[in-house]
Ligand binder design. Structure first.
Ligand code: HAM
Length: 419
């Protein structure tokens, strides 16, 4: 028997209440902030991600699902959502619309990682991007939207980690300072970090191994090497965050795992922290759209992992509204009554009343047991006698109370009940 591929999961009906809750909160907040929905394909040309995420990153080097299609083109399953949004922005001339362009998405994301709690090979992201404006207010807006999103779900005690990693003018200076510092520890850092030292020194700060974390604590801070423009941008952002009352922590080791970031980077962490716990992350990527062939276009965005949010909701016993269910169950006794029940169920649905028809050939007791176990509040009972007298019996499943209702009054009676 086949099983779901390692690191993937079926999202069964019982889980759907969480997904619905999160999506509804996300959509209504996006509407409040003026973000509009965009969907991009599940796969893209692999070069889109190699150019944007960066060749030296874990995602491109080890985690991308890459395949040649039958035409011989190298494609990749989407390992993140930002580059496809930028591609769509360029392809469809969205830059002709008033800027910034505010977009949001829900998307499956594929990364070939070692699966564990909170880390999967297919996960889902809710993300949003604001394209075409360098104003630090926009960074604050994106951070506020991310923060409000988590608060609206009922998550508490979260931390907002913030840093600025500068731009292509000032980052090379910082990178050299960092290399200078780490050259004193080259034999002490892990083999992965020895590789990062050569390929992508900023990522040295992101290593999760305890001994590397300790070394990273005293590393130079990117904030101390920002050029005047990046410094001003960061100070303005802090000013806006303070105006908005958003509680940030400066974290000089926060660099993010994708290479396209410039200036602002941020992450939202649950109270316990830990490697697989980050609920969401984002930042500015002012050079990305130009690198993909467009005009220079500053941009900023964020994405959150839905599975990790659900893990946190469950861990904190945060209740979510149950998925809506039909209010009525129709049970019948005898062939003639069953035919009537089938007709009645069809009529109810056309009238907007949710109905589940009892399975055939079961005793009334078994039918009522099923209505109960499905949590349906009312059962309509139809037998030969009810049909002869042109009535139905309505049973309140909670109280057990039964009532006879004439057929001609039935629809309006039931509609009143569910109003
Ligand atoms: P990211 O930090 O790579 O950023 O992913 C965003 C979030 O997706 C993470 O914080 C985490 O909650 C979730 N996530 C990532 N990998 C996994 C996994 N293997 N299993 C479960 N959840 C996972 C981005 O992807 C950027 N595109 C975010 C962004 C948007 N930056 C600017 N705009």
């Amino acid at each position: 028997m086949n099983k779901a591929p390692r690191g993937t999961a079926d999202i069964l009906p019982l889980e759907q209440a969480y997904w619905r809750f999160i999506k509804e909160k996300a959509e209504s907040l996006c509407q409040l902030y003026g973000y509009e929905r965009i969907e991009t394909p599940i796969f893209e040309e692999a070069s889109l991600f190699i150019r944007s995420i960066g060749e030296g990153t874990d995602i491109v080097e080890k985690e991308m699902y890459v395949f040649k299609d039958r035409g011989g083109k190298l494609m990749a399953l989407k390992p993140e959502g930002t580059a496809p949004v930028c591609r769509a922005y360029l392809e469809h001339g969205l830059f002709n619309l008033p800027k910034p362009i505010r977009l949001f998405y829900f998307s499956p994301i594929f990364r070939y990682e070692r699966p564990q709690a909170g880390r999967y090979r297919q996960h889902y992201q809710f993300g949003f991007e604001a394209l075409g404006d360098a104003d630090p207010y926009l960074d604050a807006e994106v951070i506020e939207l991310a923060w409000q999103f988590f608060l609206s779900l009922g998550l508490k005690g979260l931390r907002l980690e913030l840093n600025s990693i500068g731009c292509k003018m000032c980052r090379p200076v910082y990178r050299e300072k960092l290399k200078e510092y780490y050259s004193g520890y080259i034999l002490k850092i892990c083999p992965d970090c020895q590789r990062r030292f050569i390929q992508n020194p900023l990522r040295l700060l992101d290593c999760k191994k305890p001994s590397c974390i300790e070394i990273g604590e005293n590393a130079p801070h990117s904030l101390d090497y920002l050029c005047p423009d990046c410094k001003r941008h960061f100070q303005n952002l802090i000013h806006y965050l303070e105006i908005l009352g958003l509680p940030y922590n400066l974290n000089h080791r926060l660099v993010r795992g994708l290479d396209y970031y410039t200036r602002t980077v941020f992450e939202v962490q649950p109270p316990e922290g830990g490697a697989q716990s980050t609920l969401g992350g984002g930042g500015r990527y002012d050079d990305l759209i130009e690198e993909l062939g467009g005009n220079p276009t500053p941009a900023v965005g964020f994405a959150a992992g839905i599975e990790r949010i659900i893990l946190n909701l469950k861990k904190n016993n945060i209740p979510v509204p149950p998925s809506p269910k039909p209010n009525f169950f129709i049970s019948s006794i005898g062939d003639k009554a069953r035919e009537e029940a089938i007709k009645l169920a069809s009529l109810f649905r056309k009238e907007g009343l949710g109905v589940i028809l009892a399975p055939a050939g079961k005793s009334l007791k078994a039918q009522l047991r099923q209505a109960n176990s499905r949590g349906i509040p009312y059962t309509i009972i139809l037998g030969e006698d009810e049909i002869k007298r042109n009535v139905i019996r309505l049973r309140n499943m909670k109280s057990g109370e039964e009532k006879e209702i004439p057929r001609h009054e039935l629809l309006s009676y039931l509609k009143d009940l569910t109003r």
